[in-house]
Design a protein around this ligand. Structure first.
Ligand SMILES: *Cc1c(COP(=O)(O)O)cnc(C)c1O
Length: 411
């Protein structure tokens, strides 16, 4: 095989995105204005929520959501360790404590059973401080939202979804973005759609929407009492020390074009996922992504798990071998309780979340993006096959036939 270079991710940017950025630049209105209003309206009708508020990132969205649902100093917010830094750092911003709940090893999403178990084991004092839960739809596979919503209801928690990976995705036919009090999306370049940087808040709640909109721009509100007076055009009031989290029109212009492509980008990713899963199904060293019958997956990431007991190599070594052949894989994510900040502040040991820890050791995310060609997909598949074959431990290769029966099939 001739060596190729396959990056981990490449954003899909077409003529529409480029033309609309140029038009916006020429319009003379660069920051938040008509394009952002349009992006919000298009997004709200796409996911089926009453209010969509465009912000500068998903991290900003999560921060504003924590503020809106009333998370404050000393409170507790439950979330998963299997996520990106952003999910827990916003809890820290509020002076609250993130409490991690271990995952379902198949989907890598927070386990509803363990969520309930954790809440049940809390002291009455801790339970009083527990204000919210942030489920993360890992790789684009929606969490079990009925179970999480039920538990949240029972314990008086607000649900804020981290939907950085899920556009579009459905849970029992309902679009992610239309289920919980607040849902937060990301338009970072590696995500399902991009605006270079950006995020979106989705909510049906008028009060949350008003609070998040005000806080996203310095906590400024137009003074209601003089809205119709001569001073109305320049007068404003600072209601709170808010943030500077607005999304500029130059970026919303990209977002509008990308949102129009959302379904066709998903189709491309689904097709690639099928090609991968079809090929990997016969490779006993690999476990495929799991797919619950309740969901429509957005296929943001394609994560495989190595059956390490069959291999004379660890996950890090596997990634290095792929890389030396030009295939750039990655890992999503290094569980948060393994990072120095959380380890030191909360005294976590790796074994505190054994499922996250053990899945982390075997996971890798393969190159995966809409524009991948058949040749590129084949190159990744053959490189993975060769890397496995070079590293199979002899006696388990013979048992491979039996072990494959355990592999969960994705598509
Ligand atoms: C990317 C990501 C975020 C943060 O998104 P930004 O738009 O970069 O702020 C949050 N949560 C998860 C799970 C992510 O993958």
């Amino acid at each position: 095989m001739k060596k190729m270079f396959i990056p981990f991710s490449v954003p899909y940017i077409g003529k529409e995105e480029i033309d609309s950025v140029v038009d916006t630049l020429k319009s003379g209105w660069l920051t938040t204005g008509p394009k952002t209003k349009q992006f919000e309206a298009d997004f709200a009708s796409y996911v089926g929520c009453k209010h969509a508020i465009a912000v500068s990132s998903c991290t900003a969205a999560l921060h504003l959501a924590m503020d809106a649902v009333g998370v404050g100093k000393g409170d507790i917010v439950l979330t998963t360790p299997m996520t990106f830094a952003a999910t827990a750092e916003v809890i820290e911003y509020m002076g609250a404590t993130p409490v991690f709940v271990d995952i379902d090893p198949g989907t890598l999403n927070m386990s509803p059973e363990l969520l309930e178990e954790r809440l049940r084991s809390m002291t009455p004092e801790e339970r009083r401080r527990a204000k919210a839960v942030i489920p993360v739809h890992m790789a684009g596979h929606p969490c079990d939202m009925d179970a999480i919503t039920d538990i949240a209801g029972k314990y008086g928690l607000k649900v804020v979804e981290d939907a950085a990976h899920t556009l579009p995705a459905r849970y029992k036919g309902r679009m992610i973005g239309s289920i919980s009090p607040v849902t937060c999306f990301s338009f970072y370049p590696t995500k399902c759609i991009t605006s270079a940087e950006g995020g979106m808040l989705a909510t049906d709640d008028d009060g949350y929407a008003e609070r998040m909109r005000i806080m996203s721009l310095h906590g400024i509100s137009k003074g209601a009492w003089n809205r119709y007076s001569k001073e109305g055009s320049w007068y404003y009031e600072v209601l709170q020390p808010g943030f500077k989290y607005n999304l500029p029109d130059v970026l919303s212009a990209i977002g509008i074009s990308q949102l129009r492509r959302s379904e066709s980008l998903l189709e491309m990713r689904m097709r690639h996922a099928e090609v991968y899963s079809h090929a990997f199904r016969d490779m006993p060293g690999i476990e495929l992504p799991e797919l619950s019958p309740d969901v429509e997956h957005s296929w943001h990431l394609y994560i495989i798990k190595l059956n390490l007991e069959m291999l004379g190599i660890d996950r890090g070594g596997f990634i290095e071998e792929l890389r030396s052949r030009g295939v750039f894989a990655s890992v999503h994510f290094i569980p948060l309780h393994l990072h120095p900040y959380y380890r030191q502040k909360y005294g976590y040991k790796p074994s505190d979340f054994p499922r996250a820890e053990s899945q982390y050791k075997r996971m890798l995310s393969l190159p995966f993006y809409p524009k991948m060609t058949d040749e590129e997909l084949d190159y990744v598949i053959e490189t993975v096959r060769e890397t496995l074959e070079r590293n199979y431990v002899k006696q388990t290769t013979a048992a491979g036939g039996d072990l494959t029966a355990d592999c969960k099939l994705a598509v």
